[in-house]
Design a protein around this ligand. Sequence first.
Ligand code: KG4
Ligand code: ZN
Length: 352
Amino acid sequence: MIILGIETSCDDTSAAVVENGINVLSSVVSSQLKIHKKYGGIVPELASRHHLENINFVIEKAMQNAKCKMQDINAVAVTVGPGLIGSLLVGTTTAQAISNILKIPIVGINHIEGHIFANFLTTNHEPRTTNFKPPFIALIVSGGHTDLIKVMGFGKYKILGRTRDDAVGEIFDKIAKFLELGYPGGPIIDKFAKKGDSKKINFPRPYMPDTWDFSFSGLKTAVINYTREHKNTRTRERLYDLCASFQQSCADVLVRKTVLACKKFNIKKIILGGGVSANSLLRSDFIKKCDEENIKLFMPAAIFCTDNAAMIASAGYFKLKRRRICKAINPVRTRRFLNGVNPSANLELSNW
Ligand code: KG4
Ligand code: ZN
């Protein structure tokens, strides 16, 4: 089964063609980075306008790269939330049009759920693993989310905790903005941290032991205060140490809480997802800790950590397979489908 995935929930216009939920025939991501860079964050109105300008081209390119014709597509999967409403609507109305014209099923996917399924994706026809079966503890860390999730089955999720303030990726971006390093901050801080010493500055670890929730805004304030206090002695080395020390604080908290959740719920598998799961320190710390604790760890390939439509197509495939939706849908159902587009879509209600 060949699925066209469409993802426009935030600032990346993406389309992908995925076979049987696993094999990525093409994945095109048109980044709006240049547009939002000068504002140090995403401007929603600009994002939706650029999605509108790019979406047709991105889909055509995905079809070309996959060497597919529109008639080869069996279904279309699209992100219905959470995300920016204007951005979501560009993707969902496009998907609706394709579904109506080709008379193929359409399936709405929760964006966080998509990040979970990024773990299935491969570009070389080989399944990444045969062992990718729930239950898992999933940690989805991105610019918009820091969610610790108990995955009991596909389509059966329990949010254990989430951030009470900023998402961890947002903290990377805000600190990088404050330090005038560029946007998005995650990859830059990741790179600088490799040259620094993470033991040089002792930033707080917001473990919040009484809850599965997270809170990173205090850590952000600590980094900003430290920078202000040392502004007269700002050197390249100190900047590298600061990036390394800040990143270590984030990784310590994320790894510890995720492993604790495994112990508490007696689950022996962890899956990561979201842009921050591309972070090299986070990945290596998780590998070390999971080895020690005899926990099986799944991480998406680095290119599928950040937002992409292939992960949406993958989730769509497994959801359609579960529901056995094979018949073409009619316009009434499509209208109902669009009513389901929700900027704050709740993963726990994404019942299959
Ligand atoms: O998943 P994603 O593309 O979009 C959302 O759903 O939010 O994640 C983007 C976020 C940004 O905050 C970016 O700074 C962060 O992921 N990110 C990273 C790295 N690569 C991207 N954070 C830390 N280390 C990285 N290597
Ligand atoms: Zn995302």
